[in-house]
Design a protein. Structure first.
Length: 455
């Protein structure tokens, strides 16, 4: 087993750093250190934890340029998107500062029985398994929620996007968090990740990744009856109705689909457009994409590279199969760019067969699917194994309500997409997983009730 792993810049595939490759024995040491601090950490006043969050967020804001450059260099996204992710993550920590002291409980008189108190207690040692697409934001969601509730956290970032999280952890330590209460476990998923998930003293796993990996995590966690929060990707529909503002819808679809090179779980992957608007929609989207600049995220570009060669190969194969089977027509892009790095052209497909894109394409591919009736649009939107998010574009409130109530997913947007403030519970249904990040629901993921009855 290698003692360290290389981290590469996806825009050049050059090595930019290394990370420790934690072995199972290392993970055991991390868990023991976390368990040792729990008796002290869980008794830390919520007001003190809140100050730590605020301190860390302030440091992140002060260092945003340095952190954004590092994030772009290891993940690939344009610098402005990296900057937004750092600042958004600081806002997440500030949100958890604001709610640290409002963990709910219950107290009431039960005539004939006595006085009931219900308190919520931390779970203990929690593990967070973080993907490479939005590493800092998802780290903030998971670590912030667990720490706010008094748990100790072991965070395992992706081996291709660990460097920025290590720097964010330094800001959290400087802000006051004990190093034993928040530890970053770097390494491979097969070794470090599996050791974390299967460790008997880890009581909660929060995992973001593929359906296949999520099922594997569930199997590893099952023998010890661990609590799970799973966010397993999505195949979001973006539904443009007859009453939509088409210019606004086109701009939003292009912006959201190609944000982070299309590597977002809640990206607008399947663009369902009323048949009467489909040709106009496709033309306007093609015009926008013709002005897109693709390149190194540190330069002035609209879109950066795919994060890693394996993901690039998957995108390439998906598009080739769809076109070879006659399941769509290519309008724009559709190929790997012949330059150093993991670059794929922003791609626009029209007249796409819904079945051909029933599986998620995690990359810069916009699939436009025409529909004739609202019922047909709903049938298409609800036809996949996923149920993470969906948006409806309309100027008619009745249409908005009908779609919002009928879409089978965890999040519905009306005339917007992808926006996820930390006050909003986030998670999916079906094979998109279960449990919720953020909102007020985080309390129920990271605590358990304890009932005390006084006679």
């Amino acid at each position: 087993m290698q003692s360290s792993l290389d981290v590469r810049n996806p825009a050049t595939n050059e090595v930019i750093g290394t990370i420790p490759n934690a072995a199972p024995d290392d993970v055991d040491n991390f868990v023991n250190a976390a368990a040792d601090i729990l008796p002290t950490w869980e008794k830390t006043a919520a007001s003190k934890r809140a100050v730590m969050f605020v301190n860390a967020a302030s440091l992140m804001r002060a260092r945003v340029e340095e952190l954004a450059v590092l994030l772009t260099t290891e993940q690939g996204k344009p610098l402005r998107e990296a900057r937004d992710e750092i600042l958004g993550s600081a806002h997440v920590f500030e949100y958890y500062a604001s709610v640290s002291g409002s963990i709910p409980g219950d107290a009431r008189n039960l005539p004939g029985y006595g006085y009931l108190n219900v308190v919520r207690k931390p779970l203990g040692v929690c593990a967070a398994i973080i993907p490479w697409n939005m590493p800092v934001m998802i780290f903030a969601w998971k670590a912030g929620a667990a720490l706010a509730c008094g748990n100790a956290v072991l965070a395992k970032p992706s081996k291709t996007a660990s460097l920025t999280i290590l720097k964010i952890a330094e800001a959290l330590y400087e802000g006051g968090f004990p190093k034993e209460a928040l530890q970053i476990v770097t390494g491979s998923g097969g070794e470090a990740g599996a050791a974390l998930v299967s460790h008997p003293d880890v009581r909660h796993i929060s995992f973001t990744g593929s359906v296949v990996s999520g099922k594997a995590v569930s199997l590893l966690a099952a023998p010890h009856l661990k609590k799970l929060t799973l966010e397993l990707g999505g195949n979001d529909s973006f539904i443009v109705t007859k009453t939509a503002d088409i210019d606004a819808a086109v701009k939003a679809a292009v912006r959201n689909r190609f944000y982070n090179c299309g590597q977002v779980c809640t990206s607008a992957k399947r663009i369902l457009v009323d048949a009467s608007l489909a040709d106009e929609f496709v033309h306007k989207a093609e015009v926008m994409l013709s002005g897109y600049v693709v390149g190194n995220g540190l330069e002035k570009v609209n879109m950066g590279p795919v994060n890693n060669p394996d993901q690039l190969a998957q995108i390439e194969a998906s598009v080739e199969n769809i076109l070879a089977n006659g399941d769509a027509q290519l309008v724009y892009g559709g190929k790997r760019l012949e330059i150093p790095g993991n670059f794929y052209a922003p791609t626009l497909l029209k007249n796409v067969s819904p079945l051909a894109v029933s599986e998620e394409i995690f990359g810069p591919v916009m699939s436009v699917i025409p529909f004739n009736t609202p019922d047909e649009a709903l049938d298409i939107a609800n036809s996949t194994q996923y149920g993470l998010g969906s948006s409806v574009w309309t100027t008619d409130i009745g249409t908005a309500r009908t779609f919002a109530e009928s879409l089978k997913c965890g999040v519905v947007w009306v005339n917007k997409h992808l926006t996820l403030p930390p006050e909003m519970p986030f998670g999916g249904v079906g094979n998109s997983g279960f449990g919720r990040e953020n909102g007020r629901d985080f309390v129920y993921e990271y605590t358990e009730p304890k009932s005390i009855l006084f006679g």
